[in-house]
Design a protein around this ligand. Structure first.
Ligand SMILES: O=C1C[C@@](O)(C(=O)O)C[C@@H](O)[C@@H]1O
Length: 152
């Protein structure tokens, strides 16, 4: 059996990380996050691919492709789509791949409409407010989870 496949997805405006409201989202760029994620996964014996889009349909398509590619876990920061996308929820539940929802900021300490997520109740877990460290924690969990599943 080959290495466990993990997919990292980022939604709209996260391509602007580094310059986008740094007091909320910090100074790291998306490329910093993706590069670190690839090497973290590989050091844990997994294989990570990544994708960012500002378009809901493109993310839906990538989620469908994940099933064809044999991806076993998804880490997703759905960004603004979190708060209103039935399509992303249906795509994630439709492919039946466990996913971790992550947010860089603590959405519960922000505007009330950010408290609602269309994904959280379907997620294996939700991480928010830990900055970009949340990605690292989510990836580590995915690898542990997949290993435990394999050995059970
Ligand atoms: O774009 C984003 C980023 C975010 O998902 C976060 O990572 O904190 C929080 C969302 O409310 C927001 O729309």
């Amino acid at each position: 059996m080959g290495p466990k496949k993990i997919l990292l997805l980022n939604g709209p405006n996260l391509n602007l990380l580094g310059t986008r409201e740094p007091h909320i989202y910090g100074h790291e760029t998306l490329s910093d996050i993706e590069t670190r994620a690839v090497s973290q996964a590989s050091s844990l014996g997994a294989e990570l691919s990544f994708f960012q889009s500002n378009h809901e349909g493109a993310l839906v398509d990538r989620i469908h492709q994940a099933r064809i590619d044999g991806v076993e876990a998804i880490v997703i920061n759905p960004a603004a789509f979190t708060h209103y996308s039935v399509a992303l929820r249906d795509a994630l539940t439709g492919v039946s791949i466990p996913f971790v929802e992550i947010h860089i900021s603590n959405v519960h300490a922000r505007e009330e409409w950010r408290h609602k997520s269309f994904l959280s109740d379907k997620a294996a877990g939700v991480i928010c407010g830990l900055g970009t460290f949340g990605y690292k924690a989510a990836i580590e969990w995915c690898v542990e989870h997949l290993k435990a599943k394999e050995n059970s």
